[in-house]
Structure formats: structure tokens, C-alpha cells
Design a protein around this ligand. Structure first.
Ligand SMILES: NC(=O)c1ccc[n+]([C@@H]2O[C@H](COP(=O)([O-])OP(=O)(O)OC[C@H]3O[C@@H](n4cnc5c(N)ncnc54)[C@H](O)[C@@H]3O)[C@@H](O)[C@H]2O)c1
Length: 342
């Protein structure tokens, strides 16, 4: 198949490995932010974010977006902040292709919060049966090194998911499919938010020089249960949260990543402003879990207004929101969460 990847960041580029191993023709289009990376790939150098050389791909520069649209599959491989920006540029020319999204986040438009599929369908209703979301534990560097990985392809139309799976599935890249695309997408966006809280404990461990594995177990359990309730309130299936998209991804990522770094600093006693400043100084890019913490809370409020959810079921999310946006410190909320459950 002919597959275009839009976005030459870590994950978009990592996906060229299973796609090439499966014999697909691959086009890799980069945004304005990706130009240096594209040049490196063209010179045969390692991709700076994933540390491997890419297989044979046709490189396309930012002005060549149109050339990427003639493909069986188009992978929207940009981060959440770029999804609608890129989709709006291609939305009228992609209806014949399968569109795949990989971003793990929520979209906010005119004071309303949407999952990524809902935001896309709102712009082009035809994509309802053409859209596939990839979720589950898949750290880009590991995919790029052919480390064993198993992810979820979700779509309203299982035929579409199966067709997409054919292009990607390899001996080391396993795929399960589901029609619960809203559940899978919401789960993976929330996973980024809750992993901030689980990482508070790492900061605490360092700060007080003691192991706090018991506490980590409590927060991880609260996290997965709240994600499951949230997903069900939003019309998805609880099992999706307990599967690869939720539990699996939480285990894979809470130890590291940008959200984990933010959580750790907060656990060490930094205020949110100090933590964000520190991460900016370290050159860490956008922290998706931070922005999505606010969006998740706003979505919860939206659901509550419609009688579909109750804020009382989400003590951990409320605590995360209060630390990220209301000036609370982790020590103001942690003991109550751990001992009383919120
Ligand atoms: N890295 C991983 O292991 C991994 C795994 C699964 C899913 N994801 C998800 O995939 C998405 C991308 O992650 P990544 O690690 O590849 O990030 P990255 O920072 O390496 O790449 C980000 C990509 O998004 C583009 N981009 C960023 N802001 C943009 C904007 N405002 N407009 C247009 N394009 C923009 C960049 O040009 C780049 O192509 C994230 O949502 C992430 O949660 C990442």
C-alpha cells in the first residue's frame, strides 16, 4: 500500500519501520518544525529523536503537502496541538484514504472540548468510517528498534481498522482492533494526565529519601478506575480503559516521558510555574498532559452539565487539576487521596 505520514517527529518516523518491513511505499511529510529532521534523514543520518536511520522513504518538505495526499493511508502523526491545524489543510482531499491519528490528547475549540475523532468528524463527516486511531503502549524508540509492541487500532468501521492493520502488522508489531474509538482516544488522552499524578510519588521518594511503592499502587489504581468511569460516562466502554489503551499504556509510560518529568518536579515540591519553567530550561517540548489536564476537567464539567457524569467520582482528577491550575501543592492533596481516597 501507499502510506503517507504527516509529521516527522518521533512517532511518525518510528512507524516507517514496521511499514517498510511490510513492503509499503512510504512518503514522510514534515511540518515547518521538522525541516532539520528531514534534512538529516535525507543525508542518511540517524533520526535525532529516535536514534535510528529510517528505511527508504520519500521525503516531502512543508510546501509539498499536496503530494502526500495521494495515498491509501494517511497517518496524521503530529502532536495534539497540530492535529486540527494539519487536518483542516487536508480535510477536503482525503475522503478516499484511510486516515490514522496517533496523538494522545483532547481538542478545545470555542470553549468546547472534543476527543480527536469527534473534532475530525465535525469537520468532515465522511471520515466517520475512514478514521482509525492508534492507542496503547508504543514508545517510539522501541517501535523503531523493533522491540515487541502490541497496540490497538480502533475505528467505527472494523473493516477500515482491519485494512489499516494489514499495512502495519509485523512479527514484532502486534495489533488488536476495536470499534470503541471514543473510549480508546479518551483513555489515552487521560492516561497522559493521570501519569502526572503517579509521578508525584517519584518526586516524593527523592525528596523524603524513602520508597513509596505502596502509594504508587494506590494512585495507579485510582487513576485507572477514574479513567474507566470517565470513558463510560462519555459513551465508551470501561474495558477499553482496563486494556492496552489505558492500563497497558499507563504501565509503559508513567516512569518516563514529559508528563512524568512534570509530575516528578511537582512531587519534589516545585510549584507548577517553577516546574514548567524548569522544563522549559531543559528544552523539553510541549507537555501534553498539562494542557489536557485542563481540557479533561472541562470535558468532565460538560458531561456533568448534561447529567452524564458526577465530579464526585473523580477525586484524583480534581486533585490533579487543583495542582496544575489552582495553585495547590502536591502535599496539600496527596495524603487525603492516599489514605481516604480523596
Ligand atoms: N513518542 C511516542 O512514544 C508516542 C507514542 C504514541 C503516541 N504518541 C503521540 O504522538 C504524538 C506525537 O508525539 P511525538 O513523540 O512523535 O512528538 P514529537 O515532538 O517528536 O513530534 C511532534 C510532531 O508534531 C508536529 N507539530 C507539533 N506542534 C505542531 C503544530 N502546532 N502544528 C503542526 N504540527 C505540529 C511536529 O512538527 C512533529 O511532526 C503525541 O500526541 C503523542 O502523545 C507518541
Amino acid at each position: 500500500m501507499k502510506v503517507s505520514i504527516l509529521g516527522a517527529g518521533a512517532m511518525g518516523s518510528a512507524l516507517t519501520i514496521p511499514l517498510a518491513d511490510n513492503g509499503n511505499e512510504i512518503l514522510l511529510w514534515g511540518t515547518e518544525y521538522d525541516v532539520d529532521i528531514l534534512k538529516k534523514i535525507e543525508k542518511g543520518e540517524e533520526h535525532p529523536r529516535i536514534g535510528v536511520k529510517l528505511p527508504e522513504v520519500q521525503i516531502l518538505y512543508p510546501k509539498e503537502l499536496k503530494k502526500a495526499l495521494d495515498a491509501d493511508i494517511i497517518v496524521l502523526a503530529v502532536s495534539t496541538e497540530g492535529v486540527m491545524n494539519v487536518f483542516n489543510r487536508i480535510k477536503n482531499e482525503v475522503s478516499d484514504s484511510i486516515l490514522i491519528t496517533i496523538a494522545k490528547g483532547l481538542i478545545e475549540e470555542e470553549d468546547h472540548v472534543y476527543t480527536i475523532p469527534e473534532a475530525i468528524w465535525k469537520e468532515n463527516v465522511k471520515m466517520r468510517h475512514k478514521l482509525v486511531a492508534i492507542t496503547g503502549p508504543s514508545i517510539a524508540k522501541e517501535v523503531a528498534r523493533r522491540a515487541p509492541t502490541r497496540v490497538v487500532f480502533s475505528s467505527k468501521n472494523l473493516k477500515t481498522a482491519k485494512k489499516a492493520m494489514k499495512a502495519f502488522k509485523t512479527k514484532y508489531y502486534g495489533i488488536e482492533i476495536t470499534d470503541d474509538i471514543i473510549g480508546a482516544e479518551l483513555t489515552s488522552a487521560l492516561k497522559n494526565v493521570y501519569s502526572i499524578a503517579i509521578s508525584w510519588i517519584r518526586g516524593y521518594e527523592e525528596r523524603f529519601e524513602m520508597d513509596l511503592s505502596n502509594a504508587k499502587g494506590v494512585l495507579a489504581t485510582m487513576a485507572i478506575n477514574e479513567i474507566a468511569i470517565f470513558v463510560e460516562d462519555a459513551g465508551g466502554r470501561k474495558e477499553t480503559a482496563y486494556g492496552l489503551s489505558g492500563f497497558g499504556d499507563l504501565i509503559a509510560t508513567f516512569r518516563g516521558g514529559r508528563n512524568g518529568m512534570l509530575g516528578e518536579l511537582l512531587g519534589k515540591g516545585y510549584t507548577i510555574d517553577e516546574a514548567l519553567k524548569e522544563l522549559e530550561m531543559r528544552g523539553v517540548g510541549v507537555i501534553e498532559g498539562y494542557v489536557n489536564g485542563r481540557r479533561a476537567y472541562a470535558l468532565l464539567k460538560q458531561l456533568e452539565m448534561r447529567g452524564k457524569a458526577s465530579e464526585d467520582d473523580f477525586p484524583l482528577l480534581k486533585a490533579i487539576y487543583s495542582v496544575l491550575y489552582e495553585g495547590k501543592k502536591v502535599e496539600d492533596v496527596l495524603m487525603n487521596l492516599l489514605i481516604e481516597g480523596g
